[in-house]
Design a protein around this ligand. Structure first.
Ligand SMILES: NC(=O)C1=CN([C@@H]2O[C@H](COP(=O)(O)OP(=O)(O)OC[C@H]3O[C@@H](n4cnc5c(N)ncnc54)[C@H](OP(=O)(O)O)[C@@H]3O)[C@@H](O)[C@H]2O)C=CC1
Ligand SMILES: O=C(O)[C@@H]1CCC=N1
Length: 308
């Protein structure tokens, strides 16, 4: 288990200029580079990038693009040795990053994915694997915006990827070979557990694991507020909530962990926890969670329709 408290080393390098000539999409001998481009490096792509570096990836093989120079500088300082390029300074940043990369990970908002795919299409090698982490953007929509025959993978990760503890789904497109899928999986496994799912399950998976970290954080927020209501100091209550949810998460991460058995081990017959759980059941918390997950999946389908 990795240390949840790890903080990033303050680094010293400023944003570096990107030099794509060093290792082109096909190196002179025809082989691919190892470069991975994170196009649109916000919360999600940063988490994957962080997981890859934690897993031992070479920072000089990583390039990230964003819109704002301030954000590019932040990434370059936080992840020493990567290249970060801002569109407001270099408008062809995405093309520069895509050119020469073996894998390109599209991490902008769903509405921006097709434009980004069209923008970089001419800079991709036919072997470049394009991974989209966007919710709701279908393989057909991705393939339709990229050059014919481009290998594409639709993925749904989650932010614990930053600690190598994410869940990352993969669904290969029609031009992705088994070898290319395997390559993508072996890269993404640094970010966490990789699962392969058919496309018709991605919205459901997204509603559980994609959005799920927010549900756990929401629980921690609610627990912290409840502690204050019971008279605890707000700082102490937040500490209790954070450490308790994190500690429970560590227990769930043990091989073979069963949430139901772990819950029962805390719940003494006729004790305090039993009263709390009975109250949750009476108030319909499980069905409320199911309704929330259903709403998330329905929203994904709605966005897919809007994008068509
Ligand atoms: N957040 C999550 O937990 C998850 C998100 N996703 C998916 O990931 C995608 C990104 O979400 P998230 O990371 O939350 O969003 P963010 O807003 O945090 O990140 C988006 C990033 O894209 C950059 N950007 C926007 N347009 C461009 C462009 N044309 N060229 C280059 N960079 C650009 C932004 O730059 P700047 O910062 O300079 O504005 C920003 O850094 C979405 O499609 C979402 O569905 C999937 C699973 C989980
Ligand atoms: O909220 C969203 O739309 C994205 C997809 C899953 C998690 N975050």
């Amino acid at each position: 288990m990795r240390d949840l408290q790890r903080t990033w080393e303050p680094a010293v390098n400023p944003v570096r200029r990107f030099v794509s000539a060093a290792r082109g999409p096909n190196c002179n001998d025809g082989s691919m580079s190892n470069r991975i481009a994170f196009l649109g490096c916000g919360s999600m792509n940063e988490a994957i990038l962080g997981g890859l570096l934690e897993g031992g990836a070479d920072p000089s093989d990583i390039v990230a693009t964003v819109r704002r120079a301030e954000r590019a500088a932040e990434l370059a300082v936080r992840y020493h040795g990567i290249t970060a390029i801002a569109g407001e300074e270099e408008p062809d940043n995405n093309k520069q990053a895509a050119k020469g990369s073996a894998v390109v990970i599209l991490g902008v908002k769903p509405l921006g994915i097709a434009d980004l795919a069209r923008e970089i299409g001419g800079s991709l090698s036919p072997q470049t694997i394009v991974i989209s982490v966007a919710a709701a953007v279908s393989l057909a929509q991705l393939e339709g915006a990229l050059p014919p025959g481009q290998p594409v993978i639709r993925s749904m990760p989650n932010t614990p990827a930053k600690l190598g503890r994410g869940v990352v789904s993969v669904t290969p497109g029609s031009h992705c070979t088994p070898e290319q899928l395997q390559k993508a999986k072996s890269i993404l496994k640094s970010a966490g557990t990789v699962v392969e799912v058919p496309e018709d399950q991605v919205d459901a998976l997204s509603a559980i694991s994609g959005s799920g970290p927010a549900y756990a954080f929401y629980l921690a927020e609610a627990m912290a507020s409840a502690g204050v209501e019971l008279g605890l100091d707000p700082e102490l209550s937040l500490l209790l909530a954070r450490e308790t949810v994190a500690g429970a998460g560590f227990m769930l991460a043990e091989p073979g962990a069963d949430p139901s058995a772990l819950r029962k081990a805390v719940t003494s017959p006729n004790g305090t926890t039993e009263r709390a759980i009975a109250t949750f059941d009476d108030r319909g918390i499980p069905s409320i969670i199911a309704a929330g997950a259903r709403a998330a999946a329905e929203r994904a389908a709605e966005i897919t329709r809007q994008l068509s």
